[in-house]
Design a protein around this ligand. Structure first.
Ligand code: GLU
Length: 434
Protein backbone atom coordinates (compact mmCIF):
# COMPACT_ATOMS: atom_id res chain seq x y z
CA UNK A 1 0.00 0.00 0.00
CA UNK A 2 2.95 2.31 0.67
CA UNK A 3 3.57 2.79 -3.03
CA UNK A 4 0.05 3.94 -3.83
CA UNK A 5 -0.48 7.64 -4.08
CA UNK A 6 -3.35 9.96 -3.34
CA UNK A 7 -4.23 11.67 -6.57
CA UNK A 8 -7.61 13.36 -6.72
CA UNK A 9 -7.07 16.00 -9.40
CA UNK A 10 -7.00 19.59 -8.27
CA UNK A 11 -8.82 20.79 -11.39
CA UNK A 12 -12.06 19.38 -9.99
CA UNK A 13 -13.22 22.65 -8.41
CA UNK A 14 -14.88 24.96 -10.92
CA UNK A 15 -13.57 28.01 -9.09
CA UNK A 16 -9.89 27.69 -8.25
CA UNK A 17 -9.09 28.78 -4.68
CA UNK A 18 -5.60 29.88 -3.70
CA UNK A 19 -4.86 27.77 -0.59
CA UNK A 20 -2.71 30.52 0.93
CA UNK A 21 -5.68 32.91 0.71
CA UNK A 22 -7.68 30.23 2.51
CA UNK A 23 -5.03 29.88 5.25
CA UNK A 24 -4.89 33.67 5.63
CA UNK A 25 -8.66 34.03 5.83
CA UNK A 26 -8.69 31.44 8.61
CA UNK A 27 -5.92 33.28 10.47
CA UNK A 28 -7.70 36.63 10.02
CA UNK A 29 -10.79 35.18 11.64
CA UNK A 30 -8.83 33.88 14.60
CA UNK A 31 -6.80 37.10 14.87
CA UNK A 32 -9.99 39.05 15.47
CA UNK A 33 -11.38 36.39 17.82
CA UNK A 34 -8.17 36.57 19.88
CA UNK A 35 -7.59 40.29 19.36
CA UNK A 36 -4.02 39.58 18.26
CA UNK A 37 -1.76 42.60 18.39
CA UNK A 38 -0.58 43.89 15.01
CA UNK A 39 3.14 42.89 15.08
CA UNK A 40 2.24 39.36 16.17
CA UNK A 41 -0.32 39.12 13.37
CA UNK A 42 2.23 40.52 10.87
CA UNK A 43 4.67 37.80 11.91
CA UNK A 44 2.10 35.01 11.72
CA UNK A 45 0.59 35.94 8.39
CA UNK A 46 3.69 35.12 6.31
CA UNK A 47 6.46 32.51 6.23
CA UNK A 48 9.70 33.33 8.04
CA UNK A 49 11.93 31.68 5.41
CA UNK A 50 11.63 30.16 1.95
CA UNK A 51 13.96 28.47 -0.50
CA UNK A 52 13.10 28.22 -4.20
CA UNK A 53 15.43 26.23 -6.43
CA UNK A 54 15.78 24.15 -9.59
CA UNK A 55 16.62 20.45 -9.74
CA UNK A 56 18.10 19.12 -13.00
CA UNK A 57 17.39 15.39 -13.37
CA UNK A 58 18.82 12.98 -15.95
CA UNK A 59 15.82 11.10 -17.32
CA UNK A 60 15.96 7.46 -18.43
CA UNK A 61 15.74 8.60 -22.05
CA UNK A 62 19.08 10.39 -21.71
CA UNK A 63 17.58 13.91 -21.75
CA UNK A 64 17.69 16.25 -18.74
CA UNK A 65 14.58 17.79 -17.22
CA UNK A 66 14.64 20.72 -14.82
CA UNK A 67 12.13 20.65 -11.95
CA UNK A 68 11.10 23.47 -9.60
CA UNK A 69 11.53 22.76 -5.88
CA UNK A 70 10.47 24.66 -2.78
CA UNK A 71 10.77 24.53 0.98
CA UNK A 72 8.85 26.95 3.18
CA UNK A 73 9.66 27.32 6.90
CA UNK A 74 6.62 29.11 8.19
CA UNK A 75 7.33 29.74 11.86
CA UNK A 76 9.98 28.34 14.22
CA UNK A 77 8.91 29.88 17.55
CA UNK A 78 8.13 26.47 19.06
CA UNK A 79 11.23 24.67 17.76
CA UNK A 80 12.78 23.26 14.58
CA UNK A 81 10.28 23.33 11.73
CA UNK A 82 8.49 20.16 10.61
CA UNK A 83 6.39 19.14 7.64
CA UNK A 84 6.12 16.94 4.60
CA UNK A 85 7.27 17.12 0.97
CA UNK A 86 4.77 16.87 -1.90
CA UNK A 87 5.42 15.75 -5.45
CA UNK A 88 2.52 17.11 -7.48
CA UNK A 89 2.07 18.44 -11.04
CA UNK A 90 -0.18 21.26 -9.78
CA UNK A 91 2.19 22.32 -6.99
CA UNK A 92 2.48 26.06 -6.37
CA UNK A 93 4.48 28.02 -3.85
CA UNK A 94 1.24 29.36 -2.35
CA UNK A 95 -0.04 25.82 -1.77
CA UNK A 96 3.18 25.05 0.09
CA UNK A 97 2.94 28.27 2.10
CA UNK A 98 -0.60 27.38 3.17
CA UNK A 99 0.41 23.85 4.11
CA UNK A 100 3.42 25.17 6.05
CA UNK A 101 1.10 27.50 7.98
CA UNK A 102 -1.23 24.58 8.76
CA UNK A 103 1.77 22.53 9.97
CA UNK A 104 2.61 25.37 12.37
CA UNK A 105 -0.87 25.20 13.91
CA UNK A 106 -0.91 21.39 13.81
CA UNK A 107 2.38 21.00 15.72
CA UNK A 108 1.30 23.68 18.21
CA UNK A 109 -2.11 22.08 18.79
CA UNK A 110 -0.51 18.69 19.49
CA UNK A 111 1.97 20.38 21.80
CA UNK A 112 4.97 19.11 19.80
CA UNK A 113 8.28 20.99 20.15
CA UNK A 114 8.17 22.02 16.48
CA UNK A 115 7.39 24.90 14.21
CA UNK A 116 5.76 24.31 10.81
CA UNK A 117 7.18 23.82 7.31
CA UNK A 118 6.30 22.22 3.98
CA UNK A 119 8.12 21.42 0.76
CA UNK A 120 7.25 20.43 -2.74
CA UNK A 121 8.38 19.68 -6.26
CA UNK A 122 6.35 20.41 -9.39
CA UNK A 123 6.41 17.02 -11.11
CA UNK A 124 4.14 14.20 -12.10
CA UNK A 125 5.39 11.07 -10.33
CA UNK A 126 2.90 8.91 -12.27
CA UNK A 127 4.91 9.63 -15.42
CA UNK A 128 8.32 8.92 -13.86
CA UNK A 129 10.23 5.66 -13.36
CA UNK A 130 11.48 4.60 -9.90
CA UNK A 131 15.04 5.46 -10.96
CA UNK A 132 14.01 8.96 -12.10
CA UNK A 133 12.12 9.52 -8.84
CA UNK A 134 15.19 8.42 -6.89
CA UNK A 135 17.38 10.94 -8.76
CA UNK A 136 14.79 13.69 -8.25
CA UNK A 137 14.50 12.92 -4.51
CA UNK A 138 18.27 13.01 -4.07
CA UNK A 139 18.57 16.20 -6.10
CA UNK A 140 15.88 17.85 -3.98
CA UNK A 141 17.72 17.00 -0.75
CA UNK A 142 21.11 18.12 -2.13
CA UNK A 143 19.70 21.57 -2.87
CA UNK A 144 18.15 21.72 0.61
CA UNK A 145 21.05 20.26 2.56
CA UNK A 146 22.09 23.44 4.34
CA UNK A 147 18.49 24.61 4.89
CA UNK A 148 17.34 21.47 6.79
CA UNK A 149 18.74 19.27 9.58
CA UNK A 150 17.61 17.29 12.64
CA UNK A 151 17.63 20.41 14.82
CA UNK A 152 16.60 22.84 12.13
CA UNK A 153 13.88 21.61 9.78
CA UNK A 154 12.75 17.98 9.51
CA UNK A 155 10.82 16.93 6.36
CA UNK A 156 8.48 13.92 6.05
CA UNK A 157 6.17 12.26 3.52
CA UNK A 158 3.09 13.93 2.06
CA UNK A 159 1.14 13.64 -1.20
CA UNK A 160 2.99 11.26 -3.58
CA UNK A 161 6.12 10.84 -1.45
CA UNK A 162 6.28 7.28 -0.16
CA UNK A 163 8.77 5.62 2.18
CA UNK A 164 11.12 4.63 -0.67
CA UNK A 165 11.48 8.32 -1.59
CA UNK A 166 12.00 9.27 2.07
CA UNK A 167 14.70 6.58 2.42
CA UNK A 168 16.55 7.99 -0.63
CA UNK A 169 16.38 11.47 0.86
CA UNK A 170 17.76 10.33 4.23
CA UNK A 171 20.52 8.40 2.46
CA UNK A 172 21.53 11.39 0.32
CA UNK A 173 21.68 13.72 3.32
CA UNK A 174 23.72 11.14 5.29
CA UNK A 175 26.17 10.77 2.38
CA UNK A 176 26.67 14.54 2.22
CA UNK A 177 27.39 14.68 5.97
CA UNK A 178 29.44 11.47 5.90
CA UNK A 179 27.59 9.94 8.86
CA UNK A 180 24.21 8.26 9.24
CA UNK A 181 21.64 10.91 9.96
CA UNK A 182 18.21 9.29 10.41
CA UNK A 183 16.82 12.24 12.40
CA UNK A 184 16.91 14.55 9.36
CA UNK A 185 13.65 13.21 7.96
CA UNK A 186 10.74 11.11 9.26
CA UNK A 187 8.45 8.57 7.64
CA UNK A 188 11.41 6.29 6.88
CA UNK A 189 11.06 2.52 6.48
CA UNK A 190 11.57 0.82 9.86
CA UNK A 191 14.81 -0.83 8.69
CA UNK A 192 16.52 2.55 8.21
CA UNK A 193 15.36 4.26 11.40
CA UNK A 194 11.62 4.64 10.86
CA UNK A 195 9.15 4.17 13.69
CA UNK A 196 6.84 1.23 13.99
CA UNK A 197 3.32 2.57 13.61
CA UNK A 198 4.21 5.56 11.37
CA UNK A 199 2.59 3.99 8.30
CA UNK A 200 -0.99 4.16 9.57
CA UNK A 201 -0.47 6.98 12.09
CA UNK A 202 -2.40 9.71 10.25
CA UNK A 203 -5.50 7.55 9.84
CA UNK A 204 -5.18 6.03 13.32
CA UNK A 205 -4.88 9.45 14.96
CA UNK A 206 -8.05 10.48 13.11
CA UNK A 207 -9.82 7.39 14.47
CA UNK A 208 -8.88 8.25 18.05
CA UNK A 209 -10.33 11.72 17.52
CA UNK A 210 -13.49 10.28 15.95
CA UNK A 211 -13.90 7.85 18.86
CA UNK A 212 -13.53 10.70 21.39
CA UNK A 213 -15.99 12.82 19.48
CA UNK A 214 -18.58 10.00 19.32
CA UNK A 215 -18.17 9.41 23.07
CA UNK A 216 -18.89 13.07 23.81
CA UNK A 217 -21.83 13.05 21.41
CA UNK A 218 -23.14 9.86 23.00
CA UNK A 219 -23.40 8.17 19.59
CA UNK A 220 -22.28 4.74 18.51
CA UNK A 221 -20.01 4.37 15.51
CA UNK A 222 -20.99 0.77 15.00
CA UNK A 223 -23.98 1.58 12.80
CA UNK A 224 -22.39 4.55 11.05
CA UNK A 225 -22.09 4.77 7.27
CA UNK A 226 -18.89 6.29 5.89
CA UNK A 227 -17.66 7.62 2.53
CA UNK A 228 -13.92 8.06 1.96
CA UNK A 229 -12.47 10.23 -0.80
CA UNK A 230 -8.88 9.31 -1.63
CA UNK A 231 -7.23 5.90 -1.35
CA UNK A 232 -3.58 6.68 -0.77
CA UNK A 233 -1.84 5.95 2.52
CA UNK A 234 -4.38 7.85 4.60
CA UNK A 235 -7.63 6.81 2.91
CA UNK A 236 -6.76 3.12 2.69
CA UNK A 237 -5.66 2.84 6.33
CA UNK A 238 -8.76 4.79 7.38
CA UNK A 239 -10.88 2.21 5.51
CA UNK A 240 -9.25 -0.64 7.44
CA UNK A 241 -9.35 1.06 10.83
CA UNK A 242 -12.97 2.23 10.53
CA UNK A 243 -13.94 -1.41 10.05
CA UNK A 244 -11.55 -2.86 12.65
CA UNK A 245 -11.98 -0.35 15.44
CA UNK A 246 -15.66 0.50 15.16
CA UNK A 247 -17.29 -2.07 12.88
CA UNK A 248 -18.74 0.87 10.89
CA UNK A 249 -19.73 0.44 7.24
CA UNK A 250 -17.67 2.11 4.48
CA UNK A 251 -20.27 2.48 1.71
CA UNK A 252 -18.33 4.59 -0.80
CA UNK A 253 -14.72 4.92 -1.90
CA UNK A 254 -13.05 6.94 -4.62
CA UNK A 255 -9.76 8.07 -6.08
CA UNK A 256 -8.73 10.00 -9.21
CA UNK A 257 -10.14 7.25 -11.43
CA UNK A 258 -13.69 7.39 -10.08
CA UNK A 259 -15.86 6.32 -7.16
CA UNK A 260 -17.88 3.24 -6.20
CA UNK A 261 -20.78 2.62 -3.82
CA UNK A 262 -22.35 -0.33 -2.06
CA UNK A 263 -25.15 0.02 0.49
CA UNK A 264 -23.98 -3.27 2.04
CA UNK A 265 -20.51 -1.91 2.62
CA UNK A 266 -17.22 -2.21 0.73
CA UNK A 267 -14.98 -4.51 2.73
CA UNK A 268 -11.35 -3.57 3.24
CA UNK A 269 -10.26 -7.11 2.54
CA UNK A 270 -12.01 -7.17 -0.82
CA UNK A 271 -10.91 -3.70 -1.98
CA UNK A 272 -7.33 -3.84 -0.74
CA UNK A 273 -6.98 -7.30 -2.29
CA UNK A 274 -7.88 -5.91 -5.71
CA UNK A 275 -5.77 -2.72 -5.55
CA UNK A 276 -3.00 -4.28 -7.64
CA UNK A 277 -5.42 -4.29 -10.59
CA UNK A 278 -5.88 -0.93 -12.29
CA UNK A 279 -9.20 0.89 -12.22
CA UNK A 280 -10.77 -0.56 -9.06
CA UNK A 281 -12.77 2.64 -8.57
CA UNK A 282 -13.86 2.97 -12.18
CA UNK A 283 -15.32 -0.48 -12.79
CA UNK A 284 -18.73 -2.05 -12.26
CA UNK A 285 -17.87 -4.89 -9.91
CA UNK A 286 -20.58 -7.29 -8.78
CA UNK A 287 -22.39 -5.91 -5.77
CA UNK A 288 -21.07 -2.36 -6.23
CA UNK A 289 -22.39 0.61 -8.14
CA UNK A 290 -20.12 2.90 -10.15
CA UNK A 291 -20.85 6.47 -9.03
CA UNK A 292 -18.92 7.85 -11.98
CA UNK A 293 -15.51 8.24 -13.56
CA UNK A 294 -12.91 10.74 -12.28
CA UNK A 295 -14.21 14.02 -10.91
CA UNK A 296 -17.83 13.16 -11.61
CA UNK A 297 -17.62 10.10 -9.35
CA UNK A 298 -15.85 12.09 -6.66
CA UNK A 299 -18.48 14.84 -6.70
CA UNK A 300 -21.20 12.24 -6.20
CA UNK A 301 -19.27 10.57 -3.39
CA UNK A 302 -18.95 13.88 -1.52
CA UNK A 303 -22.69 14.46 -1.77
CA UNK A 304 -23.85 11.06 -0.46
CA UNK A 305 -26.22 10.98 2.54
CA UNK A 306 -23.75 9.24 4.88
CA UNK A 307 -23.13 9.73 8.59
CA UNK A 308 -19.43 10.45 8.18
CA UNK A 309 -17.60 11.87 5.17
CA UNK A 310 -13.81 11.52 5.13
CA UNK A 311 -11.97 13.67 2.59
CA UNK A 312 -8.53 12.02 2.53
CA UNK A 313 -6.99 13.38 -0.67
CA UNK A 314 -6.13 17.04 -1.29
CA UNK A 315 -7.21 20.61 -0.55
CA UNK A 316 -10.26 22.55 -1.81
CA UNK A 317 -12.61 19.69 -2.64
CA UNK A 318 -15.60 21.21 -0.78
CA UNK A 319 -16.16 24.79 -1.90
CA UNK A 320 -19.08 27.21 -2.02
CA UNK A 321 -20.01 25.49 -5.31
CA UNK A 322 -20.88 22.14 -3.70
CA UNK A 323 -21.18 22.85 0.06
CA UNK A 324 -24.98 23.09 -0.21
CA UNK A 325 -25.07 19.56 -1.59
CA UNK A 326 -23.18 17.92 1.29
CA UNK A 327 -25.48 15.64 3.26
CA UNK A 328 -23.05 14.02 5.72
CA UNK A 329 -23.60 14.77 9.43
CA UNK A 330 -19.90 14.78 10.29
CA UNK A 331 -16.83 15.54 8.16
CA UNK A 332 -13.53 14.14 9.37
CA UNK A 333 -10.85 16.09 7.48
CA UNK A 334 -7.99 13.66 7.01
CA UNK A 335 -6.71 15.69 4.02
CA UNK A 336 -5.15 19.10 4.58
CA UNK A 337 -7.49 22.00 3.71
CA UNK A 338 -10.30 20.09 1.96
CA UNK A 339 -12.95 22.73 2.85
CA UNK A 340 -12.70 26.40 1.87
CA UNK A 341 -13.72 29.11 4.41
CA UNK A 342 -16.85 29.96 2.38
CA UNK A 343 -17.89 26.30 2.39
CA UNK A 344 -17.07 26.14 6.10
CA UNK A 345 -19.66 28.85 6.80
CA UNK A 346 -22.29 27.18 4.63
CA UNK A 347 -21.72 23.85 6.40
CA UNK A 348 -21.82 25.48 9.83
CA UNK A 349 -25.21 27.00 9.00
CA UNK A 350 -26.53 23.66 7.79
CA UNK A 351 -25.42 22.00 11.05
CA UNK A 352 -22.65 19.80 9.60
CA UNK A 353 -20.02 19.07 12.20
CA UNK A 354 -16.43 19.43 10.96
CA UNK A 355 -13.49 17.83 12.73
CA UNK A 356 -10.76 20.08 11.35
CA UNK A 357 -7.68 18.90 9.49
CA UNK A 358 -4.99 20.01 11.84
CA UNK A 359 -6.63 18.05 14.66
CA UNK A 360 -7.99 15.11 12.63
CA UNK A 361 -4.84 14.35 10.62
CA UNK A 362 -2.22 15.23 13.24
CA UNK A 363 -1.46 11.57 13.99
CA UNK A 364 1.11 11.52 11.16
CA UNK A 365 3.27 14.30 12.48
CA UNK A 366 2.80 13.06 16.05
CA UNK A 367 4.33 9.67 15.22
CA UNK A 368 6.92 11.54 13.13
CA UNK A 369 7.83 13.29 16.36
CA UNK A 370 8.07 9.89 18.09
CA UNK A 371 10.29 8.69 15.22
CA UNK A 372 12.58 11.71 15.61
CA UNK A 373 12.80 11.19 19.40
CA UNK A 374 13.75 7.53 18.79
CA UNK A 375 16.38 8.60 16.22
CA UNK A 376 17.86 11.21 18.55
CA UNK A 377 18.07 8.77 21.50
CA UNK A 378 18.81 5.58 19.57
CA UNK A 379 16.20 3.66 21.59
CA UNK A 380 13.27 2.19 19.63
CA UNK A 381 9.75 1.59 20.95
CA UNK A 382 7.29 -1.25 20.37
CA UNK A 383 3.98 -0.79 18.56
CA UNK A 384 1.92 -0.81 21.77
CA UNK A 385 3.97 2.10 23.14
CA UNK A 386 3.52 4.06 19.90
CA UNK A 387 -0.25 3.51 19.84
CA UNK A 388 -0.68 4.31 23.52
CA UNK A 389 1.34 7.53 23.29
CA UNK A 390 -0.40 8.55 20.07
CA UNK A 391 -3.81 8.04 21.70
CA UNK A 392 -2.72 10.13 24.69
CA UNK A 393 -1.54 13.01 22.48
CA UNK A 394 -4.60 12.96 20.19
CA UNK A 395 -6.98 12.75 23.14
CA UNK A 396 -5.29 15.63 24.96
CA UNK A 397 -5.56 17.82 21.84
CA UNK A 398 -9.16 16.76 21.25
CA UNK A 399 -10.11 17.60 24.85
CA UNK A 400 -8.54 21.06 24.57
CA UNK A 401 -10.42 21.76 21.35
CA UNK A 402 -13.66 20.40 22.77
CA UNK A 403 -13.41 22.52 25.92
CA UNK A 404 -12.39 25.67 24.05
CA UNK A 405 -15.28 25.17 21.64
CA UNK A 406 -17.77 24.75 24.51
CA UNK A 407 -16.37 27.63 26.62
CA UNK A 408 -16.33 30.19 23.84
CA UNK A 409 -19.09 28.83 21.60
CA UNK A 410 -16.68 28.29 18.70
CA UNK A 411 -16.61 25.74 15.90
CA UNK A 412 -14.02 23.01 16.34
CA UNK A 413 -11.88 24.68 13.68
CA UNK A 414 -11.99 28.06 15.40
CA UNK A 415 -11.31 26.42 18.77
CA UNK A 416 -8.33 24.46 17.36
CA UNK A 417 -6.93 27.68 15.90
CA UNK A 418 -7.26 29.54 19.21
CA UNK A 419 -5.50 26.78 21.18
CA UNK A 420 -2.69 26.51 18.59
CA UNK A 421 -2.13 30.20 17.90
CA UNK A 422 -2.05 30.94 21.64
CA UNK A 423 0.85 28.51 22.04
CA UNK A 424 2.82 30.01 19.17
CA UNK A 425 2.17 33.56 20.43
CA UNK A 426 3.37 32.65 23.92
CA UNK A 427 6.63 31.29 22.48
CA UNK A 428 7.07 34.41 20.32
CA UNK A 429 6.65 36.57 23.43
CA UNK A 430 9.09 34.53 25.56
CA UNK A 431 11.66 34.72 22.76
CA UNK A 432 11.10 38.45 22.71
CA UNK A 433 10.55 38.54 18.95
CA UNK A 434 7.75 41.01 19.44
N1 GLU B 1 2.66 15.37 5.79
C1 GLU B 1 2.06 15.07 7.05
C2 GLU B 1 1.18 16.19 7.54
O1 GLU B 1 0.67 16.99 6.78
C3 GLU B 1 3.10 14.63 8.06
C4 GLU B 1 4.12 15.65 8.40
C5 GLU B 1 5.24 15.10 9.26
O2 GLU B 1 5.19 13.94 9.60
O3 GLU B 1 6.15 15.87 9.56
O4 GLU B 1 0.87 16.28 8.70
Amino acid sequence: MAGRTSTIKRDKTPKEENPFDVARKQLDEVASLMELEKPVYELLKKPMKELHFTIPVKMDSGTTEVFDGYRVQYNSALGPTKGGIRFHPGETVDTIRALAAWMTWKCALLDLPYGGAKGGVVCNPQDMSDAELDRLSRGYIRELSSFIGPNKDIPAPDVNTNQEIIASMMDEFSKLKDYSCPGVITGKPVSVGGSIGRDDATARGGMYVLRNFAQKAGSSLQDATVAIQGYGNVGSHAHRLIEDMFGAKVVALGDAEGAIYSGNGLSYEQISGSMENPGVFSKEVEGTELLGYGNEGNEKLLELPVDILVPAAIENVITEENADEIEADVILELANGPITPEADHILKDSGTLIIPDFLANAGGVTVSYFEWVQNQTGYYWDVETVHERLDKKMTAAFNEVYEMSADRDLTYRQAAYVVAVKRVVEAIKFRNWV
